[in-house]
Write a protein that binds this ligand. Structure first.
Ligand code: ADP
Ligand code: MG
Length: 250
């Protein structure tokens, strides 16, 4: 099985503050890999390294290798926009653009230079279907995205990422602002997608990690303490910190 995402000896941080202290991680192609760990341990920073979303943050530095889809993310022949189309991202708080549902989904394809109406309408429908949102919005494609519920907005953000045909989706605690029903719908949507693309899902919710992932990594204070098949790590954690985290004795 080849790796969709990899980092080796990754040290990263902001100014004087080192956040990641030499992380080596390999995310297998296909399926869902979960990254768990207590608040502040560096999960978001790690996730954002894979599509260079930290680069514009004040004081950000990094050392070590970061690869996505077999390529160095800093390869000068790989424009950062193309990297971000291939490695899409959905954030903790739903963040649709203040425009219509259709314009949100077609934002990326239009940036990619797609102008043909027929092609755009196919991308719109297939992305919304894949995000399990089509039936709910097909009669309101030109309504403001901001009128949707939180759960629908988050699935719209998934559709917006899918419209650029990513091979990897990075999810940064995408359900933490959602109620349990909206969370269940989001999980179901992502699990469907994960048969076709690779998902790296940051969550502090252990039950969620157990439900959605096949592979799991546990990050603690900027170090990768343990990783492996989810069922094995949950049943038989090898590291004492993982064991304490899983049993709530932290
Ligand atoms: P997690 O997602 O696990 O909660 P983060 O990656 O968001 O952790 O943060 C890890 C550490 O990095 C925290 O101490 C946080 O304060 C710091 N940090 C995160 N983003 C920035 C930033 N833009 N500038 C400075 N420090 C940051
Ligand atoms: Mg975070």
């Amino acid at each position: 099985m080849s790796a969709a995402l990899e980092c080796r000896d990754l040290r990263a941080g902001f100014g004087e503050h080192t956040v990641l202290r030499g992380v080596t991680l390999s995310v297998p192609s296909g399926g869902v890999t979960a990254v768990m760990g207590p608040s502040g341990c560096g999960k978001s920073t790690l996730l954002r390294c894979f599509n260079r979303m930290n680069d514009h943050l004040p004081g950000f530095f990094h050392q070590g290798e970061v690869r996505a889809l077999g390529r160095d993310v800093y390869d000068p022949s790989w424009p950062v926009d193309s990297l971000r189309f291939a490695v899409g991202m959905v954030f903790q708080k739903p963040n649709p653009f203040p425009m219509s549902i259709a314009d949100n989904v077609l934002f990326g394809p239009r940036l990619l230079g797609i102008r043909q109406r027929q092609e755009l309408s196919e991308i719109l429908e297939s992305s919304l279907r894949a995000a399990h949102l089509w039936d709910e919005v097909k009669d309101a494609l030109h309504a403001s995205a901001l009128k949707l519920s939180g759960g629908q907005q988050q699935r719209l953000c998934i559709a917006r990422a899918l419209a650029c045909k990513p091979q990897v989706l990075l999810l940064d605690e995408p359900s933490s602002a959602l109620d349990p029903i909206a969370t269940a719908r989001l999980e179901e949507t992502v699990l469907d997608l994960a048969s076709r693309i690779t998902v790296l899902w940051v969550t502090h919710d252990l039950q969620q990690a157990a439900r959605v992932s096949q592979h799991v990594a546990f990050l603690y204070m900027g170090e990768l303490v343990e990783e492996g098949p989810t069922a094995e790590v949950f049943a038989n954690p090898r590291n004492e910190l993982t064991e304490r985290y899983l049993t709530g004795r932290f």
